[in-house]
Design a protein around this ligand. Structure first.
Ligand code: THU
Length: 134
């Protein structure tokens, strides 16, 4: 089921995006198990690769506040189809999100698609793939 409130929070924070280069605003809203919402927008840089995506801003804000358990994520952008998260963000998500967690992707046409973490990044590289980490 789509979490409308979370999608609304992603749409709202999208307005804060710092995007002088791409002009492509993205917003993300992350719901913790305890019911708190952490939001993020994309923040670009003149040195382009330093840019941080909205999803990672939201996740890093939450982690830096001591949150470790998450329920749902919503991502919003003015894209033709519900915005697909980039590969780096999918990898960061997979570090912290359960495989069954729902991720809602939306655009400004009110089209939303929901994927589980496992659907977004199957066969992901994980800590236990390194022998010394069991
Ligand atoms: N971007 C995000 O913030 N999240 C996504 O899911 C896709 C891409 C940002 C990065 C950059 O600021 C702009 O969109 C264009 O790539």
């Amino acid at each position: 089921m789509i979490n409308k409130e979370l999608v609304e929070a992603a749409l709202k924070i999208r307005e804060q995006a710092y995007v002088p280069y791409s002009k492509f605003q993205v917003g993300a809203a992350l719901l913790t198990k305890s019911g708190k919402v952490y939001t993020g927008c994309n923040i670009e840089n003149a040195a382009y690769p330093v840019t941080c995506c909205a999803e990672r801003v939201a996740i890093f804000k939450a982690i830096s506040e001591g949150e470790t358990e998450f329920q749902e994520l919503a991502v919003a952008a003015d894209s033709a189809r519900p915005v697909p998260p980039c590969g780096s963000c999918r990898q960061v998500m997979s570090e912290f999100f359960p495989k069954t967690m729902n991720i809602h992707l939306t655009n400004l046409k009110n089209e939303t698609k929901t994927f589980t973490m496992e659907e977004l990044l199957p066969f992901s590289f994980e800590t236990h793939d390194m022998p010394e980490n069991g």
